[in-house]
Design a protein around this ligand. Structure first.
Ligand code: DX5
Ligand code: ZN
Length: 221
């Protein structure tokens, strides 16, 4: 199943409820929610109260990306706020097994993310403990950056790893995915596409519909 997960980081925060309704009308089913702590990444964003508030105004699947050191400290609160999937960073957890277990104990899906310079092999021991792998294709912290070209080979390598594991793990790609790069990312084997600046610009309905159609068309292929 191929899914577009627009990144709320690029939305107009005064109009989130309207934006979500528009995304829904355009056929979108997921929303990617970036949470930054100003330490793991040099930026601050979103947080638990906002996730809780927006949960009341949409039934979109909450794809929650934690760019936070030792996220195990906040897993329960993010789950209670309405997350459907919580993704943590390999580089941010001193006890990754415990962190992934804590997410599953809350009854939500667990995702594992790696930054662009982290070797893909680190994922191998965790393939039976995650529901999704999130490959960063920019250094995390900011929307609107350019896709790092080396990401494509890394995505293909992780797709192969997942296929060989025989497990049903989603492969999500985040950072610099736009009209120019999306086909390459899909060809490499990603099935969940994050897009922030490429979706939240101009007429939201038009851009979201067009981008969502590009991604979901792969299910008919
Ligand atoms: C960056 C975030 C991304 C960001 C992507 O650290 O994890 O989700 O919103 O933005 P674009 O699609 O503009 O690169
Ligand atoms: Zn993200």
């Amino acid at each position: 199943m191929h899914i577009l997960s627009p990144s709320m980081l690029s939305a107009d925060y005064g109009y989130l409820a309207d934006n979500f309704a528009t995304l829904r009308r355009a056929g979108v089913t997921w929303i990617h929610i970036d949470n930054m702590d100003g330490a793991f990444v040099p930026n601050l964003s979103i947080g638990i109260p906002i996730v809780k508030s927006v949960r009341k105004c949409t039934d979109l699947f909450f794809d929650v990306h934690l760019m936070i050191n030792e996220p195990i400290r906040y897993v329960k609160e993010f789950a209670a706020a309405g997350s459907d999937l919580i993704t943590v960073h390999y580089e941010a957890c001193s006890d990754l097994d415990a962190t992934l277990a804590a997410i599953h104990e809350c009854g939500v899906k667990a995702g594992l993310s790696i930054k662009p310079k982290t070797p893909v092999e680190v994922l191998l021991p965790y393939l039976d403990k995650v529901d999704l792998i999130l490959m960063m294709s920019v250094e995390p912290g900011f929307g609107g950056q350019s896709y790092i070209p080396e990401s494509t080979a890394r995505i293909a390598a992780v797709r192969k790893m997942i296929d060989e594991s025989g497990r049903e793990i989603d492969l999500e790609v985040d950072g610099g995915v736009n009209d120019k790069t999306v086909q390459e990312v899909l060809d490499a084997g990603a099935n969940v596409i994050v897009a922030g600046s490429a979706v939240f610009r101009g007429d939201l309905y038009e851009t979201a519909k067009r981008f969502n159609d590009i991604v979901t068309a792969r299910d008919q292929a």
